[in-house]
Design a protein around this ligand. Sequence first.
Ligand code: F6R
Length: 590
Amino acid sequence: MCGIVGYTGWREAQVVLLNNLARLEYRGYDSCGLALRGSPLTIVKDAVRVAELAKTITPVKSTSGIGHTRWATHGPPCKINAHPHLDCTGSIAVVHNGVITNYEKLRKQLTEEGHKFISETDTEVISHLVEKYLKGNLEEAVNSALKVLEGSYAIIVIADNDPALVFARKDSPMILGIGEKEYFIASDVPALLEYTNRVIYLEDGDAGVVTPQGIKITHAGQPVTREENKIHWTADQAQKGGYEHYMLKEIHEQPSILRETISEYLSSQSSSDISSFYGNNKSVLMLACGTSYHAAMIGKYVTEKLLNTSVRLEMASEFNYLSRTPYFPLTIGITQSGETADTLKALRRAKEAHSMVMAITNVVGSTASRSSNYVLYTRAGPEISVAATKSFTAQLGALYWLALSQSSLSIPEILLHEFRHLPSKVQEVLDMEEVIKLSANKLAGYENVFFIGRGINYPVALEGALKLKEISYIHSEAYAAGEIKHGPFALLSNKTPVIAIVMRDNCHDAMLTTIKEIRARGSPVFAIVEDTDTAIVDMADYLIPVPSIMDIFSPFITSVVMQLLAYFTAKKRGCPIDFPRNLAKSVTVE
Ligand code: F6R
């Protein structure tokens, strides 16, 4: 949720930290701040975006510091609640991502011992604990503090009189970046790409120190070594590349992502890695949240259709509260970031129930990838926009490939042919951008919108409603088309447009019937239809034609229409598309 960064080396720390924080803003952007080493520490923070904060800082000669970009959990966004948080003396500063669950108890104890708290955050107990335990060595003081902390954390601590940046992680992501006589700490890879592509993924429970001379990592008090990895994403991939928003750039990357992903999956290496996953098992549990859950819904449909396997799908956040953990021999967790707290918790629960776990994730080295028995990587590259687009399409690619590749029969050539041609079909949809924009401009004038779909396109309708509400702030709801007359009809009027996905599959006739009923209630209908389908021409108010495609693959193109509709609607309404209010990219708290 929050993003943290640290730097020590030879460059001007404030420049490096501000650059790196700007690349982490997708993790939280309601406030931000820096602490720069010096005597005294320089602290700059406020409830503003990183670019605004940068304007207010006067240059400080310091080559070491920490930074934070916040997504509020304890206390509203304001200067006082912004990180870094200090101890009573102002000589120790802490940045934190995660939630300290026993902070109220600790705060009470520390207050009784004379510590004065100024913020409403859980984090502030950490700086006071470090102050309490500090007897000359910052690392030892942090280690003592960690012993009493409960909850999740990735923290970096700096002090005015100690050369080290002290770090620790538990259930929150953290990586180290390695440069020439300089070291970086961050929540995620895009933060570092401008300076280095050499990273170490810290394990849960790791702690340690970095100085310009090197890194020391410990686990349970013992020194450990962690492998160095080379990142193949480039800094450019994590930039806007001439597009007005990351979201539009990421939507447009989908053909090339699919092309790379499909060719990788079709290579024998990738398929042999996962060939043994299903074995003789005929049931699988899928777990995910949000957009990844919608991808999993489509994955369930495809898996059940192509394999003789039944799929139980659960929202990870609900699975964690089932009174009994159901046993499934196999579990697939779908998580773009690999760090979603609910999904990680659900996967742990499934593993404890002796399920063999596969993670489908976009982030190499993420917690999900490291804690699963199998990993199927999506190759979407860094996704910065808070609204997931290309990662969703890449998840579909992975889920389809998993179903196709596990079939005991050889894959019918016609399916493979269509699978290979998905990138060009998606490109055809992108080429229709101007037509989609016309519909979006109309939608932008409404405050309530319904989406409907049936069969494999019902999850696409859900995803369309989620995309529209999160970035345009229009209230939108999706229904399985057959359900809309069981209640939601009461809300239909000329003020509630309905977006209908009408592909020529086995649901086509039923969709047409539903559309007639909707029109009879006065709702404007926006229909996504195959360009050769004439049956619907007179029934819809606005048509969005898409290329014809084999039924089972239609979500690849209908979901791109949903993304563009949401994007252009939000743009027309002047919304901050990449950083919607109250949201963050990676939901690392429950
Ligand atoms: C919506 C969106 C979220 C994520 C959800 C799960 O655009 O991005 O709904 O899909 O937070 O995230 P991951 O896939 O990282 O587990």
